[in-house]
Design a protein around this ligand. Sequence first.
Ligand SMILES: C[S@@+](CC[C@H](N)C(=O)[O-])C[C@H]1O[C@@H](n2cnc3c(N)ncnc32)[C@H](O)[C@@H]1O
Length: 337
Amino acid sequence: MLGVRVPAREAEKARRALLAAGALAKEYRIKRQGSYVILPVKEEARDLLQGYEVVETEFESLEKRKSFEDRLRELLSPQEFVLVRRSFDIIGDLAILEVPDELFHRKHEIARALMEAHKNIKAVFCKRSEVKGEARVRELEHLAGERRSETVHREHGLRLKLDIAKVYFSPRLAYERQRVLKQVQDGEVIVDLFAGVGPFALLFARHRRVRVYAIDINPEAVRYLRENIALNKLKGEVIPLLGDAREVAPRGVASRVIMNLPKSSDAFLDLAFEVLKPEGGVVHFYTIAPEENLWGKAELARSVAKRMGKRLEVLEKRVVRTYSPRNYHVVFDLRVS
Ligand SMILES: C[S@@+](CC[C@H](N)C(=O)[O-])C[C@H]1O[C@@H](n2cnc3c(N)ncnc32)[C@H](O)[C@@H]1O
């Protein structure tokens, strides 16, 4: 399209003059070119441009980019639109969608609409199973964009490299990690029993002078954890340990234990209490609870502590997020001594 090239110091004067003459194409972004500026002008105003250097160039439109929702409304019928899930997870530059069965035949179009609305997303996947197995990984199907599942996710100033098809990672726990970090003091020894690629462990070590033993049974998670230790500037120390937490966790050392394996952490409460120093400490116990009995697992934790001759106090309890329609991912901060 048509543009007017002026020295940058004259740009504002020229902009006003072109605007007053009705020649400025206001819906396009003004371009910078070294010490010059190119102002977008209307084709029909060509005759008004005498005395200006006129050039042909492309300009970026200032029109609001259509959102994912706008694009879905255009793409789908009203009946289909009510079925579609508009929420999605972004991990690094990858997005994970849920596509209901009724819309499965339109999954590629939906994925492309998401990429058009969010230029920072380089590939889109959809969930093909629940999080499952020991490694807590879900099956994914590639729908659009680059054919890769490795990315670098940024969270609270950390860089977390991971492969969404090989390891567990949830960006939805970012607030929860920050909440726990606020409790962590310099000098602590922390054991993260189910550390994954290290989002809790690295966060603590980045901001506090702590030693964190970070355990995971998935060799891929520990491989990325090691890379992530090298990728981030840490104040403290993270010691990766590959294996079953029951076998490899150091005993009697920790002032704090993280146990984010919500589906089966109940069975590891005794281990968490053994991992604490003899004088005790805090356990962040993540578990799944049904809507009708959100805080019932406190009794379980109390009975395990009692059996082991320990005292237990619930310092705080909160819902972390919805897990499934009637179940919640909850956390108890337990002081055990
Ligand atoms: C829900 S993920 C949490 C990962 C990490 N804490 C996070 O927030 O991203 C649970 C992790 O526990 C690991 N895991 C499962 N069973 C384990 C066990 N017995 N010992 C050690 N790690 C285990 C899985 O491989 C997985 O990476």
